[in-house]
Design a binder for this molecule. Structure first.
Ligand SMILES: *Cc1c(COP(=O)(O)O)cnc(C)c1O
Length: 383
């Protein structure tokens, strides 16, 4: 329902870089449309240069990249993996699929990232991996996590960096801290190709096996590089690779990196500016960006006083045609989470944040006028 005058403000509107269709046409004309073509090579070069990764493998989704990380870590039944309760299902699902049981950790209230103190309490010998998520593209407490993990050399840090491409933590790129990190190029992310993802391999020892897993368990890449004279089945794996047509689309997006980031930063800053006069830390709180972090500006959220205030705001904004929305329903108390967890763990910060969080419309090129309308509607419902 709208007031009949103001147009709807959607929650998200995927943006175009400009060259998507021209590059896809080139990919088709060039004849190499499967994985590993010329556009993939250019995207891989851009991403590995940014992150300083040992290698980058483009996949059909972030979920697939996380599944590859689980396989590369040899996660198996009997193992456990620590995952924040406040995240998208895939951060957990990929490890369950490899047979692990989950231990859900709570988040800390500053960045809404996994809480290193809770992780420290939950660690034991069965933990093979700890998954960190940079919520909203704001780096979580990486140093806190790394100091906990120092005592547990058999547990790898995996960064689910689906929201954090081009964000930074203490001068280094998000995604460069874990043994593996993953990206998403889903329609809803900052840079997209409809569906897509990447596995960022940060240790050179993992590179060869990662390619075998991507190449359906074969050493096809070693063959292509002339390292073996025929290729054959070697290991587990699947068909995780991204089509070069989608890599072409993605390249057009990544080439617009500076403009896209500047636009998203503009939206984030404008919302902060418009809302700061009413942000009292009780009826309304804004996201916190610690001074040593550069966000990737994935989304803008506010925290309201309680669930009923949040739900009233949701309804009021919806009635004015404004596409605000809540976010993650806690995983630790979901049916799947309880079914696949190794043992229960209370996550009070997750429960609290999940019940009060509201995401505002956020996309490249969202106009100041529309942001003012959103803020007006929100302040009105707050009274
Ligand atoms: C979007 C998202 C995913 C899933 O990405 P896909 O590419 O759709 O698989 C996983 N984790 C987080 C934190 C996300 O935001």
């Amino acid at each position: 329902m709208t007031d009949g005058v103001s147009p709807r403000i959607p929650f998200n509107r995927p943006g175009l870089g400009g060259n998507e269709f021209a590059y896809m046409r080139d990919a088709v004309d060039g004849g190499h449309t499967s994985l590993g073509g010329p556009f993939t090579a250019r995207v891989v070069e851009m991403l590995s240069e940014w992150q300083g990764a040992a290698d980058v493998l483009l996949t059909t989704s972030c979920t697939d990249a996380l599944e590859m990380a689980a396989l590369l870590l040899d996660v198996k039944p009997g193992d456990t993996v620590i995952v924040p309760s406040f995240t998208f299902v895939s951060s957990a699902l990929a490890f369950v699929r490899a047979g692990a049981r989950l231990i859900f950790a709570d988040i800390e209230p500053v960045t809404l990232g996994i809480d290193p103190d809770d992780v420290a309490r939950l660690m034991n010998d069965s933990v093979r991996a700890v998954v960190a998520v940079h919520y909203a593209g704001i780096g979580c407490d990486i140093d806190g996590l790394r100091s906990v993990l120092e005592a547990w050399p058999d547990a790898a840090l995996v960064e689910d960096n689906a929201q954090g491409l081009y964000g930074e933590y203490r001068g280094a790129p998000l995604g460069s801290f874990g043994r593996f990190s993953t990206l998403s190029f889903h329609e809803t992310k900052n840079f997209t190709c409809g569906e897509g993802g990447a596995l960022m391999v940060n240790h050179s020892d993992d590179v060869d096996r990662a390619h075998v897993l991507l190449d359906k368990g074969t050493d096809r890449r070693a063959f292509m590089l002339g390292q073996v004279d025929k290729y054959s089945w070697r290991d587990i794996g699947s068909s995780f690779g991204l089509s070069d047509m989608l890599a072409a689309y993605l390249l057009a997006q990544l080439e617009e990196r500076d403009r896209i980031l500047a636009q998203r930063r503009g939206v984030f800053d404008r919302y902060s500016e418009l809302l700061s006069p009413v942000a009292d830390g009780e009826a309304l709180s804004l996201p916190i960006v610690p001074p040593d972090r550069v966000p990737a500006y994935h989304l803008f959220y506010v925290l309201l006083a309680d669930q009923s205030a949040r739900d009233r705001a949701l309804a009021a904004l919806a009635s004015q045609g404004i596409g605000a929305t809540f976010h993650y329903v806690p995983l630790h108390s979901s049916d799947g989470g309880m079914r696949f967890s190794a043992r229960p763990n209370a996550c009070p910060v997750t429960d609290d944040v999940s019940s009060r969080l509201l995401r505002l419309p956020f996309y490249n090129g969202l106009s100041t006028r529309d942001m003012e309308r959103v803020v007006e509607a929100l302040t009105e419902v707050l009274g």
